[in-house]
Design a protein around this ligand. Structure first.
Ligand code: HMG
Length: 388
């Protein structure tokens, strides 16, 4: 049975800062951010957008087009959790009015979380072939003002429908996993921003990539040239570029050209949005689908990395007609509606979002009608509403 991704929804908040502005404010040569890091813009979530509201908005992009009764599993992957106990997925389930028989929970392993959800959903569909699963990755990457990590922040969510006979990507059997208990990036309880050993984290990422990619090819008896595209978790696009260079360094020029071109296509959305942790690899996938011309059945290799650290390499094949499943117009509108923030505005929003709003205080949203947002807490119960 073929199982995989049937629908992809994406949401990113309506505010961003430009990397050139940020570079000027931090007294850095803009080319460091544009070329050295490889980012153009960075999405900024104000206090009215959190992991839950972004996850609802991403899922809504396709939710009304699917057979909702068949959804038997809803998994929410995040490292920007809004509660120590209750799953973010329950807020989503209520907002979407999803039936009560769904099995639903939240999972965490840094940026690897959505891959864990995807693989769990794949196994679920294998044993429940007439059911489908929704997996959501939703995160706000925050390192702090004036830190080396600041330029690698971002905000957004990807939601995917996983089912049999999917219309976008079939996931191949087998994978190569690698994990180790290390401290490259973590966020202790009570911390609103991540702690990170930046340079160390970038090296571990590459080491884990080499390991999983090589053992995957060995297991499958495949070579690099069998892939039409290799895509990556993109904490910032230069990181993926370095992994891609490692992957293709010993290949013929034609293979290097093909895999460089597909990598370029896969990084376009991340350059505009920044790191969205759990959802970042799947933003690369969406970007590839939108920006590359790929033949039906093309083999795509996916590298998932979550700090702490856990990595996995796996692959999928593109389904004929996949482009028809993309919501290109909706996405264009989403980018058009974004407002550029000044650095002062960004710093104010950033500082405000670090504190939980006072209980009982209503939060409003300047989003477009229909968008879900976090409206504050009532008796410490989080309230989510739709912009009228
Ligand atoms: P930094 O101190 O800015 O690094 O920190 P840098 O001084 O080495 O500069 C970065 C690059 O810019 C270098 O290029 C410079 O040469 C270049 P590279 O040597 O890497 O090729 N550069 C310039 N290029 C052009 N023109 C110029 C110029 N000046 C300098 N004028 C760092 C960078 C990424 C470490 C920092 O931003 C950071 O700590 N970020 C957060 C950590 C991170 O993203 N790690 C990635 C791997 S871990 C991961 O992916 C997991 C994660 O997503 C979390 C999770 O799993 O949940 C983070």
């Amino acid at each position: 049975m073929k199982i995989g991704i049937d629908k992809i929804g994406f949401y990113t908040p309506n505010k961003y800062i430009d990397m050139v502005e940020l570079a000027h404010a931090r007294n850095v040569d803009p080319n460091k951010f544009l070329i050295g890091i490889g980012q153009k813009k960075m999405a900024v979530a104000d206090v009215s957008q959190d992991a839950v509201s972004m996850g609802i908005n991403a899922t809504l992009e396709y939710f009304n087009e699917i057979e909702q009764k068949k959804v038997g599993l809803l998994i929410f992957a995040t490292e920007s959790s809004v509660d120590q106990s209750k799953s973010a997925s329950l807020f989503v389930k209520k907002a979407l009015n999803l039936h009560p028989a769904v099995r639903t929970f939240e999972i965490k392993e840094a940026c690897f979380g959505l891959t864990a959800a995807l693989m769990t959903a794949r196994d679920y569909v294998r044993s429940h072939p007439h059911h489908s699963a929704i997996v959501i990755g939703s995160d706000i990457a925050r390192y702090g003002l004036n830190t080396p990590g600041e330029v690698t922040q971002g905000a957004g969510s990807i939601s995917m429908l996983i089912k049999a006979d999917p219309r976008i990507l079939t996931i191949n059997e087998g994978h190569s996993a690698y994990s180790d208990d290390i401290n490259d990036f973590w966020r202790p309880n009570g911390f609103k921003t991540a702690l990170v050993e930046g340079k160390y984290s970038t090296q571990v990422y590459l080491d884990f990539f080499k390991h999983t990619f090589e053992s995957y090819k060995k297991e499958k008896n495949w070579s690099t040239q069998d892939f039409s595209a290799l895509i990556y978790h993109l904490p910032f696009t230069k990181q993926g570029l370095k992994a891609n260079r490692l992957a293709i360094q010993d290949e013929d020029k034609s293979v290097q050209d093909e895999l460089s071109a597909s990598f370029e296509a896969s990084k376009q959305l991340s350059m505009e949005v920044g790191n969205i942790y759990t959802a970042s690899l799947y933003l690369s996938l969406l970007s590839l689908l939108e920006h590359a011309e790929l033949a039906p059945n093309s083999l795509i290799g996916l590298f998932s990395y979550g700090s702490g650290a856990m990595a996995e390499f796996f692959s999928g094949n593109l389904v004929d007609g996949y482009r028809k499943q993309l919501a290109l117009e909706h996405e264009e509108e989403m980018f058009k509606r974004r407002q550029a923030l000044s650095i002062d505005e960004y710093e104010k929003i950033f500082t405000q979002a670090l504190n939980e709003p006072e209980d009982g205080v209503e939060i409003t949203s300047d989003e477009v009608p229909g968008t879900w947002y976090f409206a504050g807490t009532q008796n410490y119960v989080r309230q989510y509403r739709q912009v009228k």
